[in-house]
Design a protein around this ligand. Structure first.
Ligand code: ZN
Ligand code: ZN
Length: 166
């Protein structure tokens, strides 16, 4: 058995001879598989825009068209168009969500968690690097401490009135 050529697009192999390969690449089946593969990476909006410039293929919609995906007329079925339109909407929503996430500021908790993670990474042995509000042990037994001595909670820091200086 000689060398075999494996075509990733078609998921099949054949004896690797120059003429075989050339014939295979020219074949309709191969071109269809290859186009399908790359279509997965093109966005739905592009596919729809390209298709909207073509007129429907009479041959395809009345039976079969031998040109397959190489046809200059549109082979777009209503189901596929609907699917692509849904894809366009999904892509758009996804993009907006991502943009929104980049723009919005982190919450105090998110910020502190990120900071603590970074400190733990930079100073793994130094636990004092973490932000930690805690009453000193000698104050724990004192009843009715003035509020100014109590450790602040995240909610209090969040709801703290904003002061403008100057
Ligand atoms: Zn192939
Ligand atoms: Zn056609």
């Amino acid at each position: 058995m000689g060398k075999r050529y494996y075509c990733d697009f078609c998921d099949r192999s054949f004896a690797d001879r120059g003429v075989n390969r050339k014939n295979h690449f020219k074949g309709l089946q191969h071109q269809r598989m290859k186009k399908q593969h790359y279509d997965n990476f093109r966005d739905a909006a592009t596919i729809l825009a390209e298709d909207s410039m073509k007129t429907p293929c009479k041959r395809f919609f009345n039976g079969t068209c031998d040109y397959g995906d190489g046809c200059k007329f549109s082979h777009m079925t209503p189901e596929r168009r609907q699917y692509l339109q849904q894809q366009v909407t999904k892509d758009k929503e996804e993009k907006e969500r991502r943009q929104h996430k980049e723009e919005s500021e982190p919450t105090l908790e998110e910020w502190l968690e990120k900071r603590n993670k970074k400190l733990r990474k930079d100073h793994p042995s130094d636990s004092t690097a973490e932000v930690h509000y805690e009453l000193p042990p000698f104050l724990m037994s004192v009843p009715n401490l003035p509020p100014s001595l109590l450790p602040p909670t995240a909610e209090e820091l969040l709801n703290k009135p904003q002061c403008e200086w100057g």
